[in-house]
Unconditional design. Structure first.
Length: 468
């Protein structure tokens, strides 16, 4: 029996093998395997729906403000730059000839594209809305009574990260084993929280602050952990893939900076506030040269865009250095911080985060729409789960379900009511209480903000279709 490894190995961490396609050889054409990962995510329907999902400002009327789609694209750009910088150091040191710095950049870029792909409508408020429904709804209580404690924990602490892993490994291209069949390297880099819901332990460190996969995908997660050679930390938990720290840093850099820019464009933050906080990140720059450039720009909008670009560049360079400084701890699973918390100007980032929380995320307009999201998401879960449950019970008893339940159930796409068996090629109705609740949550979590609001209005009679 071989002794357990004490450190991860970069060759395994950069695996080109694909989930669900173990025998597929690497692509020798004009696209690398990791570029194909990027393309598969971009062309997925779940990624397209991010164009109408909240980043910060729900249902914003301004076409300038970022959506979850534009945020994901920007995070991906930052991640590609940051991953490539890290890749330069790793490939040079390891003497790799078949892996280029850009390959590592492409892995991180693809992981960044997928990092929010499982978020429900209304952003993080949507996650809270599902958790609130679980705590307060009689329909939810009845559904959860039929589940095991580990299964219940997943809904009590509903997590968009776990939903994202489910989306890319199962829900997208569901007839394929492995869903989008991404490489193990990309899947590993996208897993910020390599533990199940019942093993959450914020006191342990950043990797167990939340959970990253559902019980339904436990076998898929184990495959990712095994192929990548992630170190086991406990019976059910593993350390992070090193590039997950890079992906997380790219997300932190993007949202901390661009949320400020969006708030300025909406008139929530004034120019001087944005200027002072961004300038605090440019410590190593020639401040006189920055002032001269700002003076040449025509208006405050262009000045904010210039400072935003310079700030992101500074943070990318600093985060790449931080990763290499902590690489030994990361590779042995002993590093449990966010990279951005270790930067020389982490205080400046903390100040930005504080202003963002107080003046942006707690803004009356943001909170008002998010509050409405609780009614929309909770209402849809009550309506659909109640109707599907009543219909299923009636079928078991050989009776006809109530008309309203039948009508509402008919609105649920078949993919959420039936399971497909790729071995036999047959479909069968889902009767397992856990899978049924998971499937209906898939249905609602996959909705866009606009569709969720429209459907809720129709189902509650607040808006009815009409012909002029």
């Amino acid at each position: 029996m071989e002794p357990e490894a004490t450190s991860m190995d970069w060759e395994r961490l950069l695996s080109k093998q694909r989930l669900g396609r173990p025998d597929e050889e690497g692509n020798l054409g004009f696209r690398t395997d990791f570029q194909r990962d990027f393309d598969r995510i971009v062309f997925s329907s779940a990624f397209r729906r991010l164009q109408d999902k909240t980043q910060v400002f729900p249902l914003a009327e301004s076409d300038y403000v970022r959506t979850r789609l534009t945020h994901s694209l920007e995070v991906s750009c930052v991640g590609r730059s940051l991953g490539t910088r890290v890749g330069e150091a790793i490939t040079r040191r390891e003497g790799y000839t078949e892996v280029a710095p850009g390959d590592i950049g492409a892995i991180v870029a693809a992981a960044c594209l997928a990092h929010d792909i499982g978020n429900p409508p209304f952003g993080h408020a949507g996650e809270d809305a599902i958790r609130h429904w679980v705590r307060t709804s009689p329909v939810a209580r009845r559904a959860l009574d039929e589940l095991s404690p580990p299964q219940r924990a997943e809904f009590e602490h509903f997590e968009g990260n776990a939903q994202g892993f489910r989306v890319v490994t199962r829900l997208q291209n569901p007839d394929n084993r492995g869903g989008l069949q991404l490489t193990y390297a990309t899947l590993g880099a996208a897993l910020k929280y390599p533990c199940p819901a019942h093993a959450i332990d914020p006191g342990y460190g950043i990797s167990r602050k939340k959970y990253g996969y559902f019980v339904a995908e436990a076998d898929l997660f184990r495959a990712v952990a095994q192929i990548n050679g992630l170190l086991k930390q406990a019976p059910r938990t593993y350390c992070r893939h090193p590039l997950a720290f890079v992906m997380e840093a790219a997300d932190n850099i993007a949202y901390l900076i661009v949320d400020f820019e969006d708030a300025f464009r909406l008139g929530i933050l004034e120019y001087r506030t944005v200027h002072d906080h961004f300038r605090a990140l440019l410590r190593g720059k020639d401040q006189a040269a920055v002032d001269r450039r700002l003076a040449r720009l025509r208006d405050d909008k262009e000045r904010v865009e210039y400072l935003r670009a310079r700030a992101i560049n500074e943070l990318v360079e600093a985060s790449a250095r931080a990763f290499m400084d902590h690489e030994a701890e990361i590779m042995t699973g002993r590093f449990e911080q966010e990279l951005t918390d270790t930067l020389p100007f982490s205080e400046a980032l903390t100040a930005i985060a504080g202003v963002s929380q107080e003046r942006i995320y707690d803004h009356l307009e943001v909170q008002g729409v998010c509050a409405a999201g609780y009614s929309v998401i909770g209402g849809l879960l009550d309506l659909f789960h109640g109707a599907v449950h009543d219909t299923a019970v009636a079928l078991e008893e050989g009776k006809q379900a109530p008309p309203r339940s039948r009508t509402v159930t008919n609105l649920v796409p078949e993919q959420f009511l039936y399971q497909y068996d790729p071995d036999s090629g047959r479909r069968y109705r889902v009767t397992d209480p856990y899978l049924l609740l998971l499937n209906l949550t898939d249905f609602i979590a996959g909705m866009t903000d606009g569709y969720a609001v429209s459907l809720y209005k129709k189902l509650t009679g607040m808006a009815l279709p009409h012909h002029g």
